[in-house]
Design a protein around this ligand. Structure first.
Ligand SMILES: Cc1cc2nc3c(=O)[nH]c(=O)nc-3n(C[C@H](O)[C@H](O)[C@H](O)COP(=O)(O)O)c2cc1C
Length: 179
Protein backbone atom coordinates (compact mmCIF):
# COMPACT_ATOMS: atom_id res chain seq x y z
CA UNK A 1 0.00 0.00 0.00
CA UNK A 2 1.43 3.35 -1.05
CA UNK A 3 0.45 6.91 -0.16
CA UNK A 4 -0.28 8.85 -3.33
CA UNK A 5 -0.95 12.59 -3.64
CA UNK A 6 -2.98 13.89 -6.58
CA UNK A 7 -2.78 17.67 -6.91
CA UNK A 8 -4.89 19.60 -9.38
CA UNK A 9 -5.49 23.02 -10.84
CA UNK A 10 -9.05 23.13 -12.18
CA UNK A 11 -11.17 26.08 -13.28
CA UNK A 12 -14.53 24.37 -13.89
CA UNK A 13 -13.92 21.04 -12.18
CA UNK A 14 -12.99 18.69 -15.02
CA UNK A 15 -9.40 18.16 -13.88
CA UNK A 16 -10.64 17.62 -10.32
CA UNK A 17 -13.12 15.00 -11.58
CA UNK A 18 -10.32 13.24 -13.46
CA UNK A 19 -8.25 13.19 -10.25
CA UNK A 20 -11.21 11.77 -8.36
CA UNK A 21 -11.57 8.96 -10.91
CA UNK A 22 -7.85 8.17 -10.62
CA UNK A 23 -8.21 8.29 -6.84
CA UNK A 24 -11.12 5.81 -6.86
CA UNK A 25 -9.25 3.35 -9.06
CA UNK A 26 -5.97 3.60 -7.15
CA UNK A 27 -7.84 3.18 -3.86
CA UNK A 28 -9.52 0.08 -5.26
CA UNK A 29 -5.99 -1.29 -5.76
CA UNK A 30 -5.28 -0.75 -2.06
CA UNK A 31 -3.49 2.62 -2.09
CA UNK A 32 -4.19 5.58 0.18
CA UNK A 33 -4.86 8.48 -2.18
CA UNK A 34 -5.35 12.16 -1.32
CA UNK A 35 -6.74 14.67 -3.83
CA UNK A 36 -6.11 18.37 -3.20
CA UNK A 37 -5.94 21.69 -5.07
CA UNK A 38 -2.39 22.67 -5.96
CA UNK A 39 -2.80 26.10 -4.40
CA UNK A 40 -3.89 24.58 -1.08
CA UNK A 41 -0.44 24.25 0.51
CA UNK A 42 -0.21 20.44 0.28
CA UNK A 43 3.20 19.14 1.29
CA UNK A 44 4.40 16.22 -0.89
CA UNK A 45 6.87 15.09 1.80
CA UNK A 46 4.77 12.34 3.36
CA UNK A 47 3.86 10.62 0.08
CA UNK A 48 5.39 7.78 -1.92
CA UNK A 49 4.24 9.22 -5.25
CA UNK A 50 2.89 12.56 -6.45
CA UNK A 51 0.87 13.37 -9.59
CA UNK A 52 -0.07 16.88 -10.72
CA UNK A 53 -2.95 17.53 -13.12
CA UNK A 54 -3.77 20.94 -14.61
CA UNK A 55 -6.07 22.28 -17.28
CA UNK A 56 -5.30 24.80 -19.99
CA UNK A 57 -6.79 28.28 -20.06
CA UNK A 58 -6.01 30.69 -22.85
CA UNK A 59 -3.05 28.62 -23.97
CA UNK A 60 -1.43 28.10 -20.58
CA UNK A 61 -1.42 26.08 -17.40
CA UNK A 62 -2.01 28.35 -14.42
CA UNK A 63 1.26 29.90 -13.15
CA UNK A 64 0.57 28.42 -9.69
CA UNK A 65 1.44 25.01 -11.17
CA UNK A 66 5.03 25.99 -12.01
CA UNK A 67 5.26 27.95 -8.75
CA UNK A 68 4.41 24.78 -6.81
CA UNK A 69 6.88 22.75 -8.87
CA UNK A 70 9.67 25.24 -8.24
CA UNK A 71 8.92 25.35 -4.51
CA UNK A 72 8.87 21.55 -4.15
CA UNK A 73 11.23 20.58 -6.96
CA UNK A 74 13.70 18.57 -4.88
CA UNK A 75 10.99 16.55 -3.15
CA UNK A 76 9.16 15.94 -6.43
CA UNK A 77 12.37 14.71 -8.01
CA UNK A 78 13.05 12.38 -5.10
CA UNK A 79 9.98 10.20 -5.66
CA UNK A 80 7.97 8.61 -8.50
CA UNK A 81 5.83 11.33 -10.01
CA UNK A 82 3.57 12.21 -12.88
CA UNK A 83 1.89 15.09 -14.65
CA UNK A 84 -1.15 15.35 -16.87
CA UNK A 85 -2.78 18.18 -18.78
CA UNK A 86 -6.46 18.67 -19.64
CA UNK A 87 -7.31 20.71 -22.73
CA UNK A 88 -9.54 20.87 -25.77
CA UNK A 89 -6.75 20.47 -28.30
CA UNK A 90 -6.44 16.89 -26.97
CA UNK A 91 -9.87 16.08 -28.45
CA UNK A 92 -7.99 15.60 -31.72
CA UNK A 93 -6.53 12.11 -32.23
CA UNK A 94 -3.34 13.63 -33.63
CA UNK A 95 -2.83 15.65 -30.43
CA UNK A 96 -4.03 13.36 -27.67
CA UNK A 97 -0.72 11.88 -26.54
CA UNK A 98 1.93 13.58 -24.38
CA UNK A 99 4.39 13.46 -27.29
CA UNK A 100 1.93 15.10 -29.68
CA UNK A 101 0.03 17.53 -27.46
CA UNK A 102 1.49 21.06 -27.73
CA UNK A 103 0.65 21.96 -24.10
CA UNK A 104 2.35 18.90 -22.66
CA UNK A 105 5.36 19.50 -24.88
CA UNK A 106 5.50 23.12 -23.69
CA UNK A 107 5.17 21.97 -20.09
CA UNK A 108 8.02 19.49 -20.40
CA UNK A 109 10.19 22.16 -22.02
CA UNK A 110 9.51 24.73 -19.29
CA UNK A 111 9.33 22.62 -16.13
CA UNK A 112 12.52 22.07 -14.13
CA UNK A 113 10.91 18.84 -12.80
CA UNK A 114 10.69 16.05 -15.37
CA UNK A 115 8.00 13.65 -14.17
CA UNK A 116 8.32 9.99 -15.04
CA UNK A 117 4.69 9.61 -16.07
CA UNK A 118 2.96 11.99 -18.51
CA UNK A 119 -0.67 12.08 -19.61
CA UNK A 120 -3.10 14.28 -21.50
CA UNK A 121 -6.89 14.20 -21.67
CA UNK A 122 -9.54 16.03 -23.62
CA UNK A 123 -11.51 18.47 -21.50
CA UNK A 124 -15.07 19.70 -21.33
CA UNK A 125 -16.62 22.40 -23.49
CA UNK A 126 -19.68 24.07 -21.96
CA UNK A 127 -20.20 27.52 -23.48
CA UNK A 128 -23.11 28.44 -21.24
CA UNK A 129 -20.91 28.29 -18.13
CA UNK A 130 -18.45 30.86 -19.45
CA UNK A 131 -18.66 34.63 -19.30
CA UNK A 132 -18.97 36.59 -22.54
CA UNK A 133 -15.22 37.13 -22.96
CA UNK A 134 -14.23 33.51 -22.35
CA UNK A 135 -17.06 32.24 -24.56
CA UNK A 136 -15.92 34.46 -27.41
CA UNK A 137 -12.29 33.46 -26.92
CA UNK A 138 -13.07 29.75 -26.93
CA UNK A 139 -15.40 30.06 -29.93
CA UNK A 140 -12.48 31.72 -31.71
CA UNK A 141 -10.17 28.82 -30.75
CA UNK A 142 -12.85 26.41 -31.98
CA UNK A 143 -13.06 28.32 -35.25
CA UNK A 144 -9.30 28.04 -35.64
CA UNK A 145 -9.27 24.33 -34.79
CA UNK A 146 -12.55 23.34 -36.52
CA UNK A 147 -14.40 22.50 -33.29
CA UNK A 148 -18.01 23.13 -32.17
CA UNK A 149 -19.00 26.82 -32.19
CA UNK A 150 -22.71 26.64 -31.34
CA UNK A 151 -22.98 28.61 -28.04
CA UNK A 152 -25.29 25.92 -26.63
CA UNK A 153 -22.66 23.21 -27.03
CA UNK A 154 -21.95 21.15 -23.92
CA UNK A 155 -19.67 18.25 -24.68
CA UNK A 156 -17.17 16.19 -22.71
CA UNK A 157 -14.14 15.15 -24.74
CA UNK A 158 -12.54 13.25 -21.85
CA UNK A 159 -11.75 9.66 -22.78
CA UNK A 160 -12.52 7.96 -19.47
CA UNK A 161 -11.10 4.64 -20.63
CA UNK A 162 -7.81 6.46 -21.17
CA UNK A 163 -8.12 8.06 -17.71
CA UNK A 164 -8.55 4.56 -16.26
CA UNK A 165 -5.46 3.27 -18.08
CA UNK A 166 -3.55 6.26 -16.70
CA UNK A 167 -4.90 5.50 -13.21
CA UNK A 168 -3.39 2.03 -13.49
CA UNK A 169 -0.03 3.61 -14.22
CA UNK A 170 -0.44 5.98 -11.24
CA UNK A 171 -1.14 3.00 -9.01
CA UNK A 172 1.96 1.30 -10.39
CA UNK A 173 3.99 4.43 -9.61
CA UNK A 174 2.96 4.04 -6.00
CA UNK A 175 3.55 0.33 -5.64
CA UNK A 176 6.52 -0.53 -7.83
CA UNK A 177 7.92 2.88 -8.60
CA UNK A 178 7.70 1.75 -12.21
CA UNK A 179 4.62 2.76 -14.31
C1 LIG B 1 -11.45 30.37 -20.16
C2 LIG B 1 -11.03 29.09 -20.85
C3 LIG B 1 -9.98 29.10 -21.73
C4 LIG B 1 -9.56 27.93 -22.37
N1 LIG B 1 -8.51 27.95 -23.24
C5 LIG B 1 -8.12 26.80 -23.84
C6 LIG B 1 -7.03 26.80 -24.76
O1 LIG B 1 -6.38 27.82 -25.00
N2 LIG B 1 -6.69 25.62 -25.36
C7 LIG B 1 -7.37 24.46 -25.12
O2 LIG B 1 -7.02 23.42 -25.67
N3 LIG B 1 -8.39 24.43 -24.23
C8 LIG B 1 -8.78 25.57 -23.61
N4 LIG B 1 -9.82 25.55 -22.72
C9 LIG B 1 -10.50 24.28 -22.47
C10 LIG B 1 -10.22 23.71 -21.09
O3 LIG B 1 -8.90 23.26 -21.00
C11 LIG B 1 -11.22 22.59 -20.83
O4 LIG B 1 -12.51 23.17 -20.77
C12 LIG B 1 -10.97 21.83 -19.57
O5 LIG B 1 -11.96 20.82 -19.43
C13 LIG B 1 -10.99 22.71 -18.34
O6 LIG B 1 -10.73 21.92 -17.21
P1 LIG B 1 -11.01 22.46 -15.75
O7 LIG B 1 -12.50 22.49 -15.59
O8 LIG B 1 -10.36 21.48 -14.87
O9 LIG B 1 -10.38 23.82 -15.67
C14 LIG B 1 -10.25 26.71 -22.10
C15 LIG B 1 -11.33 26.72 -21.19
C16 LIG B 1 -11.72 27.88 -20.57
C17 LIG B 1 -12.87 27.84 -19.63
Amino acid sequence: MARILLLYWSGYGQTRRICERIQALAQAQGHAVDVAPIDGDSDPAGYDAVVIGASIRHGKHDPSVLDYIRTHQRLLESKPSGFFSVNLVARKPAKNRPETNPYVKAFVASSPWKPRLLGVFGGELDYQRYGAFDRAAIRFIMWLTKGPRDPNTKVEFTDWAEVERFAGRVAALGSAGNP
